[in-house]
Write a protein that binds this ligand. Sequence first.
Ligand SMILES: NC(=O)c1ccc[n+]([C@@H]2O[C@H](COP(=O)([O-])OP(=O)(O)OC[C@H]3O[C@@H](n4cnc5c(N)ncnc54)[C@H](OP(=O)(O)O)[C@@H]3O)[C@@H](O)[C@H]2O)c1
Length: 362
Amino acid sequence: MCEIMKEIEKLRRRIDEIDDQLLELINQRLMVARNIGDIKSRFGAAVVDARRENQIYQRLSSLNGGPLKEAALHRIFQALIAAGRGIQSPLKKGSLVPLYVVIGNPVGHSLSPVMHNSALAHEGLGGCYLACQVKDIAAAVAGIRGLGIRGASITIPHKVSVMEYLDEVDPMATDIGAVNTIVNQDGILYGYNSDCAGGVQAISDKTVIKDKDVAIIGAGGGARALGFGLKREGGVVTIINRTPSRGEKLAGDLGCRFRPLAEVNELPYHIVVNATPAGMTPDVDGIPLSSSLLEPETVVMDMVYNPLQTRFLKEAQSRGCVTVDGVAMFVHQGAVQFELWTSLAAPVDIMRQVVLEELESR
Ligand SMILES: NC(=O)c1ccc[n+]([C@@H]2O[C@H](COP(=O)([O-])OP(=O)(O)OC[C@H]3O[C@@H](n4cnc5c(N)ncnc54)[C@H](OP(=O)(O)O)[C@@H]3O)[C@@H](O)[C@H]2O)c1
C-alpha cells in the first residue's frame, strides 16, 4: 500500500511539473496573442481572424498522435483562443463589461450561456452572459433596468408574463403572445421573439417556404412561434395536435387549418415539423406520429435537440426526407438575439459547434 502511495505521489509531482510548464506556456502564448492584437489595432485591422483560428485547429489535430480526443483538443484550444481574445479585447481598462442574462426557472440546463459567451468572445466583444434562475419576473425586469443589463433571453415559464413589464413589444412577438428576447436600449426595454425567426431560418437553409404546405405537429409555445413565422414567409400552414381544443385555438389565431393528431393517416406536406417533446431525452423512443406517413423528399424538422438525431429524424432520413435538427433552430434564434444586442453578424458556425460540443459532453 505504502509503495503504491509513493508511486502515486511521484506521478502527481510529475503532473504538477507539467502543469507548471503548461501555465508558463499559456501565459507566453497570451502575451504573443496580445502583441498581435496591438499590431492589428494600430493598423485598424480586425483583431479576430476566424480563418487563422481554423488553421490552428486543423494543424493541431493533424499533429495530435496522443490519447487526446478531437473534441477535447478543440475545446482546450477554443478556451485558449477565447482567453487570447479576452486580453486583445477592445475594451479599455476600467470600462464596463456588457452583461447579458438568460432568465428562467429552471435554467441550469440552458445551453445559451456557452453559446453566447463563445459568440461574444469570438467577436472580441468582452461581454459576459449569465444564467439567472428567477421566480419573480417583475423584479428581474427591474433588475435589468437597474443594472443596465444590455440584453436578456427569457425562457420557460416567463415568456408570456414578461411582456407586461416591457416598454415596447415587437408586433410579431405581440401576435405570437410571447417574448424570449429583451433588448435594453438606453434604459428602454424592447421585447422580441427570436424563436420565430430562428425556426424560419433553420428551415429556409434547406428549402423555400413560400407557397409550401407545412404541417406543424404540436400547439404549444414552439409551434405558435414557428407557425406565425412560417405564415409570414408565405407557407400554407396546418396545425396537427393531440388535444383538439388547443390545436383549434392556435389554428384560429393563425387563420389556418387544424387536424386532430389521432385522425392523421397521411402527411401530404412539403414540410413537416415536430413541435412536441416526443423523442426528447429520456423519452428517446418517442415519436410524434408514425414515420411511415412521411413522404420521401419532405423536409422534416424536429424542434427537439436532445438528442440531436431523434428517432423521428433518423426514420425520416431513412425514408429519403431532408432533415433539420433542433440545434439549427436553437442556434439561429440565438443568432437573432446576438444580432439584436450587438448589431453584429452572429458567428453562427462557432455557436453551433459549441452547442454540439456541450450536448456531447453532457
Ligand atoms: N430547438 C429550439 O430552439 C426549440 C424552441 C422551442 C421549443 N423547442 C422544443 O420543442 C418542444 C415543444 O416545446 P413547447 O415549448 O412548444 O412545448 P409546450 O408548450 O409544452 O407544447 C407541447 C405540445 O406538444 C404536444 N405533445 C406533448 N407530448 C406529446 C406526445 N407525446 N405526442 C404528441 N403530442 C405531444 C402537446 O399536445 P397537447 O396540447 O395535447 O398537450 C402540445 O401541443 C420541446 O421539446 C422543446 O424543447 C425547441
